[in-house]
Design a protein around this ligand. Structure first.
Ligand code: SF4
Ligand code: SF4
Length: 429
C-alpha cells in the first residue's frame, strides 16, 4: 500500500539529470557574503565588527527573538564589513562580508554524548538550525511545541521535480540521519517516528529501512505525487489526521522535519557543527554539469554557475524547485540555509505564460490539495473584491502551484492567491 493525500498532480520529475551524481565539494571563493536573515522571523544582529578574525562556525549574527536563528561564519578569515544585497526573492538584506583565508579553520561547539531533551533543543538554537527544505522556519520552535507530540514525521518525499539532495543524503548518510532522528524523537518525547519516502526512490527506502533499530520508527512508502512533501499533505498521508485551517501540525500531535534538517541537527549534536553549509542540487538543461553540491553559506550563485558551466540558450533561472521556487533576476544572491536547488531551464523545460481568460473548466479546483477554488480568488482579485475573495479562503493556500500547472488558460493563479493574502493582511479584512 502506498500512502498519499487527496488531489495533487503528477509532473515530470526530471530527477534523472542529477540523481546519480554523488555530492561534490563546491570550491569557495575569496569572499563570502553571509545574510543576517536566512530564516522566517526576526533578522539577527551582527555580533562582529569589521577587522574581526573568525573561523568557520564562529557566531557572527545573534538571534533576535524567539522565532529567529543564529548565523555563523562559513569560512575562516577576516570580517571586511557589511553590505546590503538582494536575496533570491529580491529583498534587500544586510550581509556580513568575510575574506576567506582558505584555511577553513573551525570553531565548533562541544559534541554532546547521550544528550537530554533540553540539551538537544538548546543545541538546535545555538547552531542556528532552520527548516532546510526551503521553509527556513527555526527548528527549535518546532521542538518546543506546547502540545504533546505523538508522531514525528521525517519528510523524505522530496516531491519537487529536479531536486535530488535529500535522496542522495539518504543514500550517503542513512546512519547519521537515523541517529539524528533519535535525537529529535528524544527532544519531542514523541511516541513514534514515521519516515515518509516517495515510491520513486526505492534505493533510499531500502537504505533507510536497513538502518531501522527502534521498534517505534517505521518507513512509509508514499505515492509519487506532488505536493506529497507539503506538511499537511504528508501528515494526512501517513496518519489521516487533518491539521485545522490556519493551525499548526503540533495541534494534531505531529511535527514534520525534512531530511536535510535532521542531518544538520545530527551534525550540531554529534559533531558540534553549527549550520554554515548545506547540500543542494544544481540542475536543468541550462547547466553543463548538473550535480549535487556541498556548499558553504554565503557563496554567490554566479560562482556556482561559473564552476559548473552554463549552456547557451537557457531561458529561466530558478532558486528552489520549479513548482515553489523563485525566478532569479540575477546570479548575485548567495547560498543560504534554505537553498535546496538552483535550476537553469531551457525553453523546452518551461511553459511560456501568456494568460487568457478563464474558461471555467474547474481543473484548478480539482487538483488543489487544500480543496480551494483558485479561479474564484483570481477572478475577485482582478476586480479588487478582497472581502469576497477572502470567503474562498486564500489564507489556506500553500502556494504549491498545482492549480497553475493544470490551468489551460495559463492563469497566474498562485500569484493571485499571494496577492489576496497580502491585501487581506494589509487591509485587515
Ligand atoms: S490554490 Fe494554493 S494550495 Fe491550491 S493548488 Fe493553487 S497554489 Fe496549491
Ligand atoms: S483551470 Fe484555469 S481556466 Fe480552468 S477554471 Fe481554473 S482558472 Fe479557469
Amino acid at each position: 500500500m502506498k500512502y498519499t493525500f487527496r488531489r495533487g498532480i503528477h509532473p515530470e520529475d526530471n530527477k534523472k539529470l542529477s540523481e546519480s551524481c554523488p555530492f561534490e565539494e563546491m570550491p569557495t571563493g575569496s569572499k563570502v557574503y553571509i545574510p543576517l536573515s536566512q530564516h522566517i522571523g526576526a533578522p539577527c544582529t551582527a555580533c562582529v565588527e569589521p577587522g574581526a578574525m573568525v573561523k568557520a562556525g564562529t557566531l557572527i549574527g545573534l538571534s533576535n527573538g524567539y522565532v529567529s536563528a543564529n548565523v555563523h561564519s562559513s569560512v575562516s578569515g577576516k570580517v571586511l564589513g557589511f553590505e546590503m544585497r538582494e536575496n533570491a526573492q529580491g529583498r534587500k538584506l544586510r550581509h556580513i562580508v568575510i575574506e576567506n583565508d582558505g584555511l577553513y579553520e573551525e570553531e565548533n561547539l562541544p559534541p554532546l554524548e547521550n544528550p537530554t531533551k533540553e540539551q538537544i533543543i538548546l543545541r538546535c538554537k545555538e547552531a542556528g538550525i532552520v527548516g532546510m527544505g526551503g521553509a527556513t522556519f527555526p527548528t527549535h520552535v518546532k521542538l518546543e511545541a506546547k502540545n504533546k507530540i505523538n508522531i514525528f514525521i521525517v519528510n523524505g518525499s522530496e516531491c519537487e521535480p529536479y531536486i535530488t539532495t535529500d535522496y542522495r543524503m539518504m543514500l550517503n548518510f542513512p546512519k547519521e540521519i537515523m541517529e539524528g532522528i533519535g535525537y529529535i524523537k528524544t527532544a519531542l518525547q514523541a511516541n513514534e517516528v514515521a519516515i515518509g519516502i516517495e515510491a520513486n526512490k526505492p534505493d533510499a527506502i531500502a537504505a533507510m529501512t536497513k538502518e531501522l533499530t527502534d521498534p517505534d520508527t517505521h518507513v512509509y512508502e508514499l505515492k509519487t505525487k506532488y505536493p506529497q512533501g507539503g506538511e499537511k499533505q504528508l501528515i494526512y498521508a501517513i496518519t489521516k489526521m487533518k491539521v485545522p485551517d490556519g493551525g499548526l501540525p503540533s495541534e494534531v500531535g505531529a511535527v514534520v522535519l525534512n531530511i536535510s534538517t535532521v542531518y544538520a541537527l545530527w551534525q550540531a549534536v554529534k559533531l558540534g557543527k553549527p549550520c554554515y553549509s548545506r547540500y543542494m542540487t544544481v540542475s536543468g538543461e541550462g547547466i553543463k554539469r548538473p550535480c549535487n553540491l556541498h556548499v558553504r553559506i554565503g557563496v554567490p550563485l554566479s560562482e556556482i554557475t561559473e564552476y559548473l558551466g552554463v549552456n547557451e540558450g537557457y531561458v529561466k533561472a530558478v532558486f528552489g524547485g520549479p513548482m515553489m521556487g523563485f525566478s532569479l533576476a540575477s546570479f548575485k544572491p548567495v547560498t543560504s540555509k534554505g537553498s535546496s536547488a538552483l535550476l537553469l531551464l531551457s525553453k523546452k523545460e518551461i511553459r511560456p505564460i501568456e494568460p487568457t481568460p478563464c474558461i471555467n473548466c474547474g481543473r484548478c479546483a480539482s487538483v488543489c490539495p487544500m480543496n480551494l477554488m483558485p479561479m474564484m480568488t483570481d477572478r475577485l482579485i482582478l476586480k479588487d473584491m478582497i472581502a469576497e475573495a477572502k470567503k474562498f479562503n486564500p489564507m489556506s493556500c500553500i502556494e504549491c502551484g498545482c492549480c497553475a500547472y493544470v490551468c489551460p488558460a495559463k492563469r497566474p493563479l498562485v500569484q493571485s492567491q499571494r496577492l489576496a493574502k497580502k491585501l487581506i493582511r494589509e487591509r485587515k479584512i
